[in-house]
Design a protein around this ligand. Structure first.
Ligand code: G1P
Length: 289
């Protein structure tokens, strides 16, 4: 079985759920505590053995590339002031040479289209897709868990989790061939099912491992839910010839593409930081009066 080395990160979304700030700031550069959401996603990918990240970016998102690059003026200033701790932190955030590619998605045609834009960079090998809006907090990073499950079954794998009551119409929902333990074979999936028609209570939560044949399917994929080219629809077609498993991961997901989700992530991650937790706790208690 070929090792999964590449992760595709679709970040070109217009950030309509986080306006007005999303107008000029790529939504995945919004901060959770003191670093952008993307910093956590890249750390999760690296923990899972990802060697190359393919960012699918839109217009006006060059700040993403800059974030992972040197900033010589800033670094010189910190050096001169002896601020070695923050300097080291910045150093850890840098891309390793050749670790990142940036592909422009010229029109926001949907997640399926975004993933298809990565085809020339990914080539003929299995790859991961990480939806950066979905910040996953887990003792064993979510993609590491997904890789361990993939090592058992191969094929295509979709990370899922229980869907909050009444929310299934916002997500991709999977259908399973029996539900036992965390890893189950899938029989179908549907993107944004009308309320009451969802085939299970498990939604696709933002990490995938896919075989390269998905690109051929995506090349001829029609528009689906919301008038967008949906990755879910292409996966349903690929399921006719390849196996798909759903893996229910162990952790908590924060949807940072949503204002309250981002706020929750900030509170949760601040409370986990030894250097910030006591002050964060005091501030929250005080605000709650
Ligand atoms: C996308 C996927 C969907 C998945 C969701 C998770 O939808 O198409 O299957 O459940 O991400 O956030 P979007 O959020 O782009 O509408």
């Amino acid at each position: 079985m070929k090792r999964v080395r590449i992760a595709v990160l679709p970040v070109a979304g217009l950030g309509t759920r986080v306006l007005p700030v999303g107008k000029t700031t790529a939504k995945n550069l919004l901060n959770v505590v003191d670093r952008p959401i993307l910093s956590y996603i890249v750390a999760e990918g690296r923990a899972a053995g990802i060697e190359h990240f393919v960012f699918i970016v839109g217009r006006g998102q060059s700040a993403i590339e800059d974030y992972f690059d040197y900033h010589p003026e800033l670094e010189a200033l910190l050096q001169a002031k002896g601020k070695t701790e923050i300097l080291q932190d910045l150093q850890n955030e840098l891309a390793r040479p050749g670790e990142m590619s940036f592909v422009r998605q010229m029109q926001p045609l949907g997640l399926g289209h975004a993933v298809w834009c990565a085809r020339e960079v990914v080539g003929d090998e299995p790859f991961a897709v990480m939806l950066p809006d979905m910040l996953m907090d887990a003792k064993v990073p979510a993609l590491v868990q997904a890789m361990q499950a993939y090592d058992k079954v191969g094929g295509n794998l979709v990370v899922v989790e229980p869907c909050p009551q009444g929310q299934a119409h916002k997500y991709g929902i999977v259908a399973l061939d029996g539900h036992e333990g965390r890893l189950n074979r899938m029989t179908g999936m549907v993107e944004k099912p009308p309320p009451g028609t969802e085939p299970s209570n498990l939604f696709i939560s933002g990490r995938y491992i896919l075989q390269p044949e998905i690109f051929e399917v995506l090349a001829s994929q029609d528009r689906g839910a919301g008038g967008e080219i949906q990755l879910t629809d292409a996966m349903v077609r690929l399921m006719q010839t390849q196996a798909f498993h759903a893996y229910e991961y162990d952790g908590v997901t924060y949807d940072c593409g949503d204002k309250i989700g981002l706020l929750r992530a900030n509170v949760a991650f601040a409370l986990q930081r030894p250097d910030l937790a006591p002050a964060a706790r005091n501030a929250i208690t005080e605000l709650l009066g």
